[in-house]
Design a protein around this ligand. Structure first.
Ligand code: MG
Ligand code: MG
Length: 249
């Protein structure tokens, strides 16, 4: 069932969102060649806990990290590790959630490590652009399919594909609530959007095919063809005043 939020609840979710954004900013500052994904995870955990919040992902279904940190052809759900060291030219996806006063925030960014390829920069740009194209459709009366259609159409213009196996989601007291918010769809189809819905819109965009494969660690998801993938996510609220991005610092 979709949990529609009232104005006070959206204000409370903005707090969780702000802490999430602060953790991502702190993480971005420590991204450079030679840093392990474990070190980044520790910075995220410390930032969230210092704000009096809890990392949403820590222990979620047994996940061992505070953030999901995925490199290059890893799409999502990378496990932070002391032996995963960032190299110049990598792109690193950092996905963070913070739980504060009963609500979750959820946000992800793709960050270049030093100088990266033109292709990587173009992918990062397209992925962010598709997020904004998607949330331009996040308004009462539209449907979930309008968001997905806008995202997929945007990246198809670049020749990229949107991952279908994993999707965005409602968010609130629970990290994952109804409805699913796919990064593909048919305009005019799917769940109708209304004011008070809070959703995490999160295009996962591949340079090559949309297919993905799960690794034997039980978490990490990679592109099936080994090509690059990027991720961009914010928690947003649909309101009578328009769509509000809650995961801003
Ligand atoms: Mg996320
Ligand atoms: Mg999410």
């Amino acid at each position: 069932m979709i949990q529609v939020k009232n104005q006070n609840q959206i204000v409370a979710m903005k707090e969780a969102g702000r802490i999430t954004a602060q953790a991502l900013l702190a993480a971005r500052e420590c991204v450079r060649e030679g840093v392990s994904t474990y070190e980044i995870d520790q910075v995220i955990r410390n930032t969230i806990e210092r704000a009096g919040a809890k990392p949403s992902f820590l222990g979620y279904a047994g996940f061992p990290g505070s953030a999901c940190i995925s490199i290059n052809d890893e799409v999502i759900h990378g496990i932070p590790s002391k032996t995963r060291i960032l190299k110049e030219g990598d792109i690193v996806k950092i996905d963070v959630g913070a739980f504060y006063k009963g609500y979750h925030g959820d946000s992800a960014r793709t960050i270049p490590v030093g100088k990266v390829s033109e292709q990587a920069l173009r992918l990062i740009e397209a992925t962010e652009k598709s997020f904004w194209a998607g949330i331009a459709q996040a308004q009462a009366g539209n449907r979930v399919g309008d968001i997905g259609h806008a995202i997929e159409s945007c990246v198809q213009e670049y020749g990229y594909s949107a991952v279908r196996r994993y999707v965005g989601h409602g968010i609130g007291h629970e990290l994952h609530e109804a409805p699913d918010v796919p990064n593909f769809g048919t305009a005019g189809r799917g769940v109708r959007l209304c004011n008070g819905m809070v959703i995490a819109v999160e295009p996962m965009i591949n340079v090559g095919v949309c297919d993905v494969k799960e690794m034997s660690d039980g978490w990490t998801v990679k592109t099936a063809d080994g090509k690059l993938s990027a991720h961009y996510e914010n928690t947003v609220a649909i309101t009578a005043d328009g769509v509000l991005v809650l995961t801003e610092a």
